[in-house]
Design a protein around this ligand. Structure first.
Ligand SMILES: [Fe+2]
Length: 366
């Protein structure tokens, strides 16, 4: 049985925040704004949020300490300040890191649990209302119930999912993405592309999602180069943001697969961005899955009007590699079993063995 569930109210378009500022009234009288150090200021999103909430007489506290790969310690600190300041709701501005951190804060601040309990949704039953303001086009976290947090006590990156953390509202304004540099634009776009493709790969694939997937892949392939070369091209930026949102909606239903799991150790070990880590394995994963779900994969390209080989040529032009990627046999010995043990292995369209994962890593050795 196919199902479609998306409880987030999405406001998509230019000046989405200012045009819909009265919605903040529904959430309380004091906002806790979660961001990183710089990007929310640089892209203008923080200014829009502050203008909007001051126009509706909402008080606020800014917590701008979220870094890339947000940690449990940051989440704990944010939750403590949220409670001390007696805030009512959270506004998360940024790429995946601030929004994911805010989702974790929303859980920790609302429940009487310890920080590491956020990874176990059976231990809690409420969350602080959350507003998401994405400033990249990639993670799709503005439309998911997932959060990925690094446990800095164990140095592992772990995700959790709970319907409680679907944002209440997501304000998606493409103008915030025009300040992204070409590499971030490319890597986040590739992350969104992975999410859309995993909607086809996952055994939870769902026919209600297919129009979003086909159109989303098309938007990325047709517009990513434009946005990389002409960052202020608002039309391309808007289409990429739409594709990213759809990618989020897709994985909220299908979850991710080996395509994501295999990239996580590459991110933590070599400091390679999440999107690029996915991108490095896009072709080998598609090749691997194609043997098992040829029709499903070919249908993507039938709908797009270009071949899988054309897609590979396009991928090749994206130069998805990094000099920091230094995979060794020792890395493979340590990480391949971790990947095999990840929760989403059950969602692959075919059985995956340790040898498959080792082979994928060896295939991208330099
Ligand atoms: Fe992702």
């Amino acid at each position: 049985m196919d199902n479609f569930f998306m409880p987030t109210h999405v406001l998509f378009g230019f000046d989405a925040i200012l045009k819909n500022k009265t919605l903040f009234h529904n959430l309380g009288s004091k906002a806790f704004i979660v961001t990183g150090r710089h990007s929310a200021v640089k892209c203008g999103a923080l200014e829009d949020v502050l203008n909007a909430i001051s126009e509706v007489n909402t008080e606020y506290v800014v917590f701008n300490e979220v870094t890339e790969n947000p940690t449990l310690s940051t989440v704990e600190k944010g939750s403590d300040i949220f409670k001390k300041e007696k805030c009512d709701f959270i506004i998360a501005i940024g790429g995946g890191s601030p929004i994911d951190a805010a989702k974790a804060i929303a859980i920790l601040a609302a429940n009487n649990i310890s920080a590491s309990d956020i990874f176990n949704p059976s231990l809690y039953d409420k969350a602080i209302p959350l507003v998401a303001v994405p400033t990249t086009s990639g993670t799709g976290t503005e439309a998911t119930h997932y959060s990925v947090i690094t446990n800095d006590k164990t140095n592992t990156k772990a995700g959790f999912g709970s319907p409680l953390i679907f944002p209440k509202y997501s304000f998606c304004d493409p103008k915030y993405t025009i300040t992204l540099n070409p590499l971030v634009t490319r890597d986040t776009g590739i992350d969104a592309l992975s999410h859309l493709l995993e909607g086809v790969y996952s055994v939870r694939r769902n026919s209600l999602l297919m129009p979003l997937i086909y159109r989303g892949v098309d938007y990325i392939v047709e517009n990513l180069d434009t946005a990389v070369m002409d960052p202020t091209n608002l039309e391309a930026r808007a289409l990429l943001m739409q594709a990213s949102l759809w990618g989020g909606i897709v994985i909220a239903h299908t979850s991710t697969t080996l395509q994501h799991s295999i990239g996580y150790p590459v991110t933590t070990e070599f400091g390679i961005s999440h999107g690029l880590a996915n991108g490095i394995f896009l072709k080998p994963i598609m090749d691997l899955y194609h043997y098992y779900i040829e029709n499903e994969i070919e249908e993507i390209f039938d709908n797009l009007g270009f071949s899988r080989q054309d897609f590979y040529l396009w991928l090749n032009r994206q130069s998805l590699s990094s000099p920091r990627l230094k995979i060794t046999e020792e890395f493979i010995r340590e990480k391949a079993p971790e990947v095999l043990a990840s929760r989403n292995m059950a969602l692959n369209p075919c059985p995956i063995t340790l040898a498959d994962i080792e082979k994928l890593y060896r295939g991208v050795m330099r």
